[in-house]
Design a protein around this ligand. Structure first.
Ligand SMILES: [Zn+2]
Length: 81
């Protein structure tokens, strides 16, 4: 499954649980990537009176966002397309 050069193979052979370590590293890499994808999501709130839009990657902040101009509760608009 994995091709190693002789030096890498020597190191790998010395590790107690090389395949477990590889699986763990792959899982970490995948989770890290998934988290980065997740952080791209932005949420939007809108004040119709002032025509002001606010966005944030934190959903809860936009759900309870107050307009910076009129200080009224903004309308939660969901995920930014
Ligand atoms: Zn406003």
């Amino acid at each position: 499954m994995i091709t190693l050069d002789p030096t890498s193979w020597e190191y790998a052979a010395k590790m107690k649980n090389f395949s477990g370590w590889v699986r763990k590293k792959l899982a970490e890499e995948f989770l890290d990537h998934a988290e980065k994808e997740l952080s791209k999501v932005e949420w939007k709130a809108y004040c119709a009176e002032c025509d002001v839009t606010a966005t944030s990657p934190h959903k809860v902040l936009m759900e309870y966002k107050y307009c910076p101009q009129c200080h009224k509760a903004m309308k939660f608009m969901g995920q930014v397309e």
